[in-house]
Design a binder for this molecule. Sequence first.
Ligand SMILES: [Zn+2]
Length: 71
Amino acid sequence: MPLYEYRCDDCQTRFEVLQRMSEGAADLSCPECGGSRLAKQFSTFAATTSTGGSTGAAAGRGAPACGAGFT
Ligand SMILES: [Zn+2]
């Protein structure tokens, strides 16, 4: 189950939520202020793959291509 990160627009609190792929943010609310204006952030999964350049080692290579081939 993927981990999603959200940021509250009201108090700028960032928090992570485990969600199924098919679920949206409709039922989510900020754990700090209870607000529902949440901005979805890049997950920790995605963040590690697209911001290369800091290390020379190809540590991220070879990850399975999840979801590829779904029709
Ligand atoms: Zn908040």
